[in-house]
Write a protein that binds this ligand. Structure first.
Ligand SMILES: Nc1ncnc2c1ncn2[C@@H]1O[C@H](COP(=O)(O)OP(=O)(O)OP(=O)(O)O)[C@@H](O)[C@H]1O
Ligand SMILES: [Mg+2]
Length: 262
């Protein structure tokens, strides 16, 4: 992925200040200019408090109180603030409805859409197959492992078929083995769907393993410290993880995080 691919979204000079009632304010982001390239996986890393979640919420359109511009660029259309792409969002801890089955949680976003019952059923079947949950469609969230709950969160986020999937430390609460499995699941889902994915993570190994590009933020206010093309071929496998290039690239990211004021 590089600049020859069209941007799905362009951020220009995005800044964010949180104002509290006692008139104090926190500058969370400053001068964020960034293209999100169609079809890429972009990882965002940075120290705690560097504005990663804030940035993701702004990209998602969940937070509209920011300065600067965010534009979706399409071939036929001029950039415009209104035409933000629809996005799916996966949070660090799954926000599933405990009284609904796996199937019913997945179709949540489709209720009220103009799809017919059989179209919804077909879509949900596809998503459960894609996320490896087909055998658990009648289970309830509390009957699932943490990893399965996160896969269900991914299925639900994809229900609308959004071009852009945003993930905020999606595997942060999982044990190491489950986390590695979910990383491979995510890469498989990405390959099968062609989605554009922006993933926030604390873990440099996760960023390096998943991403086409890694954006490093500085500590507060979050600014772009660097954006790297990941120098690792795809498909990424266990061999990737034992390669010298993988170790070297992680070293570069770690240095930058240290400089970024971790
Ligand atoms: N609703 C809010 N009101 C006021 N300040 C906020 C609010 N949300 C975040 N902040 C502040 O903005 C800054 C960035 O927060 P944010 O949650 O985006 O960081 P982060 O990089 O996601 O951190 P972490 O890695 O710990 O999740 C922090 O200083 C935080 O205290
Ligand atoms: Mg956060």
């Amino acid at each position: 992925m590089n600049s020859t691919h069209p941007p799905l979204l362009t951020l220009k000079d995005v800044g964010k200040e949180y104002k509290s009632r006692d008139m104090t304010s926190t500058e969370a982001l400053r001068n964020i200019s960034l293209n999100i390239v169609a079809g890429e996986i972009l990882a965002i890393i940075g120290p705690s408090g560097s504005g990663k979640s804030t940035l993701l919420r702004i990209i998602a359109g969940l937070d509209k109180e920011f300065t600067g511009e965010i534009n979706r660029v399409t071939a036929s259309e001029k950039p415009s603030k209104k035409s933000l792409p629809s996005t799916g969002f996966v949070f660090q801890s799954p926000t599933l409805l405990p009284w609904r089955t796996v199937r019913k949680n997945t179709e949540l976003g489709l209720e009220g859409s103009n799809l017919t019952r059989s179209e919804i059923d077909r879509r949900v079947d596809d998503l459960l197959a894609l996320t490896g949950l087909a055998d658990f469609s009648t289970a309830y969230p509390h009957q699932l492992s943490g990893g399965m709950q996160q896969r269900l969160s991914i299925a639900r986020a994809l229900a609308y078929d959004p071009p852009l999937l945003l993930m905020d430390e999606p595997f942060g609460a999982l044990d190491y083995i489950t986390r590695e499995q979910l990383q491979d699941d995510l890469l498989r889902i990405w390959q099968n769907t062609g989605k554009t994915i922006v993933v926030v993570t604390h873990a440099v190994d996760e960023a390096a393993y998943l991403a086409d590009r890694v954006c490093v933020l500085t500590s507060r206010p979050g600014k772009i410290r660097a954006i790297h093309d990941v120098p690792l071929p795809r498909p990424r496998t266990l061999d990737t993880k034992s390669s010298i290039e993988f170790a070297k690239f992680q070293g570069v990211l770690r240095e930058e995080l240290k400089d970024a004021g971790n």
